[in-house]
Each structure stands twice: as C-alpha cells, then as structure tokens.
Design a protein around this ligand. Structure first.
Ligand SMILES: NC(=O)C1=CN([C@@H]2O[C@H](COP(=O)(O)OP(=O)(O)OC[C@H]3O[C@@H](n4cnc5c(N)ncnc54)[C@H](OP(=O)(O)O)[C@@H]3O)[C@@H](O)[C@H]2O)C=CC1
Ligand SMILES: O=C(O)[C@@H]1CCC=N1
Length: 276
C-alpha cells in the first residue's frame, strides 16, 4: 500500500523471476523499495527459492495471489505466456492498480482488452545492462495511464539507467535497437576477443582489451556528443591501421548486416504481437 508504513512506495508484484524479472527486482531494491514491498512469482521452485534467499523478498507460484496484494503488477514473463498470466490476474484486480509489462511485441491494446475496463497499463522495453545501472528503457502509456503512472514507472526504473518516453508505435524499433542491442554489442566484443586470440594474445587479455575498448568508446560517444563517424575518423590516421580495418568491415557488409539484423528484430517484435 502507498502509505507511511511503506515510505510512500507502492507494493509491487513482479510476475516472472527470469532474467528481466530479477533485473527489475534488483533495480527496485536499489531504488529504495524495501524487500517486503516487492513480491516475485516464479513457477520453478528452486529459482523462486534462489530469488528469496538472494533478495529477501517473498516469492510464490500464484500470480493471482501476488497481484491481489499489489499496487503495481509488473509482467516479466515471455510473450507467449502473457495472455494466460493476464487471465489469472484479471480476476483479482480492483481497478486502481497499475499494470506494467516488459514483454516484447505485445501491444497495450491487447492488455486493455484482457484486463478490467479502465485498467492503467504502461509498456516498457528495458535491456539487460540495467542490472549494472547502465540500461536503456523506453516507456509508453496505455489509454488509461496518467502522467502520475508514467512518473511512477520512471521512479521504479530510476536505478536501471536511461529511461525515455516514446509513443507506443516506436516500441518495435526500440526493441530492435536497445532491447536486443546488448546482444549486438556482446557479439562485437566476442568477435574482437576471438580476433585477438587469432593474433596471438591470451584469451583473458584479448577479452579485457575488447571490453574496455567498447566500454570506453561508448563513454566517449556519450560524453563528446560528436557524431560516431567523426569519432571514427579521429581513430583513423592517414594510411594507417584503422582505415585498413574499416575497409575490410565495409567489404564484409558489417554495417549492412547490423541494419538488416535490426530490421529482423523489429519484424519479429511485430510478429510476437500478432500471436497474442
Ligand atoms: N532478456 C532481455 O534482454 C529482455 C527481455 N524482455 C522481456 O522480458 C520478458 C521476460 O524475458 P526473460 O526474462 O528474458 O525470460 P526468462 O525466460 O528468463 O524469464 C521468464 C520467467 O518467467 C517464468 N514463468 C513462466 N511462466 C510463468 C507463469 N505462468 N507465472 C510466473 N512465472 C512464469 C519462467 O519460468 P520457467 O523458466 O520455469 O518457465 C522464467 O523464469 C519477455 O517478455 C521479454 O520479451 C524485454 C527486454 C529485454
Ligand atoms: O529477445 C527478446 O525477445 C527479448 C526482447 C528484447 C531483448 N530480449
């Protein structure tokens, strides 16, 4: 409840204690929620026990029981499970709760059709770097979500990193860039580390250099505000090593591959929404 006993913070039920459920749970606790203000449902008992032990929160298997105690119901199950979970919680919602979902692809309208009339819904697309406070999340309001609901979701995500508001129509594209994007960055880090091993470095050294280089490049891009092409030019000495390398990246279509990959992710996000 949002009273003095809870420091004004609403009771949150996180439905689904997987990768994203744990990330959001951790962010809530870092953001000032007390363990007794957060509850997690997870059908896999050993995983529920692990979360209870690690975070000191109540865990259980019943989505309806957790939702009945909550002011905010945070849906963090896979898209193909969301419909069943909503049918469970719709029975117990009293109308004033906020339903937040991180599921990829599923439009807000499909939640609104399954939940009681007038139920506020906010859709979020987070990403996994949220677990170290370096995430990027986009949020979009449903028909009945107010400015206050958006501010509440921003507060809930405050410890995760960047949070931006978008129109729902942009969430498939956001999913393709920042939602799935960490995988592209890890793919690059892995490829750079592998290349270092090929060139004779130890795997440990090659991986440390690759991680520090990607981390430093992102930090420089964020701080300088310069266009990435300008930053790339600054690395590229005339007749030097970098221009030789970038020419090979272009010859292998790496840039076109990144664009095509993002289009595939956007298309898959749309497909997920159609199978709801
Ligand atoms: N991972 C990511 O980077 C991102 C994920 N998302 C979204 O987050 C959601 C969760 O993804 P992710 O965390 O990766 O997936 P996971 O499979 O890691 O987590 C889903 C969890 O939900 C549990 N679960 C399944 N059915 C139920 C149920 N009926 N009630 C309660 N819990 C249940 C699963 O248990 P079990 O394993 O036993 O089935 C699992 O632990 C998805 O909708 C995804 O689109 C959004 C942005 C980024
Ligand atoms: O791969 C997925 O479907 C989820 C959504 C974005 C990142 N992971």
């Amino acid at each position: 409840m949002t009273d003095e006993r809870t420091g004004g913070r609403p009771q949150v039920a996180v439905l689904g204690g997987g990768v994203m459920g744990e990330t959001l749970l951790s962010a809530l606790l870092t953001g000032g929620w007390a363990p007794e203000q957060v509850e997690v449902t997870e059908r896999h008992v050993p995983r529920a026990d692990e979360l209870a032990e690690r975070y000191g929160v109540r865990t259980g298997a019943s989505n309806a029981e957790a939702a009945a105690r909550a002011d905010v119901v945070l849906v963090a199950v896979k898209p193909n499970v969301v419909a069943g979970v909503l049918d469970e919680v719709a029975q117990v919602l009293r109308g004033g709760e906020l339903v937040v979902s991180v599921a990829a692809g599923l439009p807000i309208s499909t939640y609104e059709k399954r939940l009681p009339a007038g139920q506020p819904v906010v859709r979020v697309m987070p990403n996994t770097p949220a677990v170290v406070g370096k995430g990027a999340s986009a949020i979009a309001a449903g028909t009945h979500a107010s400015e206050g609901h958006l501010v509440l979701v921003e507060t809930m995500l405050a410890a995760t990193g960047l949070v931006v508001r978008v129109e729902e129509k942009d969430l498939d594209a956001v999913t393709a860039i920042s939602g799935s994007g960490p995988a592209y960055a890890f793919y690059l880090i892995d490829a750079m580390a592998e290349a270092g091993v090929l060139l004779g470095l130890s795997r440990d050294l090659a991986t440390r250099l690759a991680v520090a280089t990607v981390e430093g490049s992102a930090a420089l891009a964020a701080r300088s505000g310069d266009h990435p092409a300008v930053l790339r030019e600054r690395v590229s000495s005339p007749g030097g090593t970098t221009v030789a390398a970038v020419q090979v990246l272009d010859a292998h279509g790496v840039r076109a591959g990144v664009v095509a990959a993002a289009e595939a992710a956007r298309n898959r996000s749309r497909e997920l929404g159609q199978h709801f």
